[in-house]
Design a protein around this ligand. Structure first.
Ligand code: SF4
Ligand code: SF4
Length: 290
């Protein structure tokens, strides 16, 4: 009888996130032949992570005491931990609950008694466990998942999104105001900044294949800062973006700043803020980033 090949085991631990990362992983079907997915509550019926897991992918940020417990337990059973997605790298969408009025309502609810204790903040996972590889994105593309699982040491990632975008930056097309996404028309092949859209691809880590900008949606920076801005204050990224807009447009600086500092962009542009403000946290070196 033919002996069944022993495949490396991997597990997916979901903390406080939205399941978008899991869906993207499931779209990368190539790993099915090469890995044995032993734990992922969304699709695998198993109550615990086995002891001998090769790789643990962690999605979501650390928002509750239960997240801390599950993360520590999961990481202790795996040889390698990969932080997946903006939430695991920065706290992510769960940060929104810190400012949203829904949080007050939620905290007052009597149902809270049966729910895990909320931490004061949504934390990145490497505040609690060592991380071997970081895979930023919201969510990372299926191709990036494959790179993380099979080829993280030799990964060649475009340094910024513009390198993969293919839209041309023009010298003589200078918008004077921001184009609203709901009202604007997107011209093909021309850089979105030339068209007045606030695209932050010039400072954002590549590797996503410019999935958003190629069809005409401005980059919001979900892959986080490009290598030159790792472990630097978010102000470095913002300064670079301001320079791009001054060089390419005649849009008043105040208008640009208002968008760059808006909650929907700062969720991504500030995603490594904790790391620039707390010396005790591990440095995220470019060798560990995919
Ligand atoms: S990184 Fe994005 S897709 Fe992944 S869990 Fe967080 S919000 Fe969802
Ligand atoms: S549209 Fe955005 S990503 Fe594409 S070239 Fe322009 S700034 Fe770069």
């Amino acid at each position: 009888m033919e002996q069944k090949k022993e495949l490396p085991k991997f597990a997916v631990l979901q903390l406080s996130g939205c399941s978008g990362c899991e869906v993207s992983l499931l779209n990368a079907q190539e790993w099915i032949e090469d890995f044995d997915l032993v734990y992922m509550p969304l699709v695998v019926s198993s109550h615990k992570i086995p002891e001998d897991v090769e790789v643990l992918l962690v999605t979501g940020g650390v928002r509750t005491d239960e997240d801390i417990h599950n993360l520590a337990k999961g990481a202790s059973r795996a040889k390698k931990v990969i932080a997946v997605g903006t939430c695991a790298l920065s706290g992510g969408v769960a940060q929104v609950s810190e400012t949203h009025p829904a949080r007050d309502t939620y905290m007052l609810s009597s149902h809270r008694l049966r729910l895990p204790d909320m931490l004061p903040h949504a934390y990145p996972i490497d505040r609690f466990v060592p991380v071997d590889i970081y895979l930023p994105g919201c969510p990372p593309t299926p191709q990036l998942f494959m790179t993380a699982l099979t080829n993280s040491e030799n990964a060649k990632i475009a340094s910024i999104v513009c390198q993969e975008c293919g839209r041309q930056k023009l010298q003589d097309m200078r918008p004077t105001s921001i184009t609203g996404m709901r009202s604007g028309v997107v011209l093909p092949d021309i850089c979105l900044v030339n068209q007045g859209y606030v695209c932050v691809g010039t400072s954002t880590r590549g590797g996503c294949g410019a999935l958003c900008t190629r069809p005409g949606h401005p980059c919001v920076g979900c892959r986080g800062p490009a290598n030159p801005y790792l472990n630097k204050e978010p102000e470095f990224v913002l300064d670079n973006l301001r320079r791009v807009f001054t060089r390419m447009t005649d849009i008043p600086e105040g208008e640009i700043n208002a968008v760059l500092e808006s909650p929907w962009l700062s969720l991504f542009l500030d995603q490594f803020t904790d790391y620039t403000q707390d010396d005790s946290l591990p440095l995220r070196t470019k060798e560990k980033m995919i």
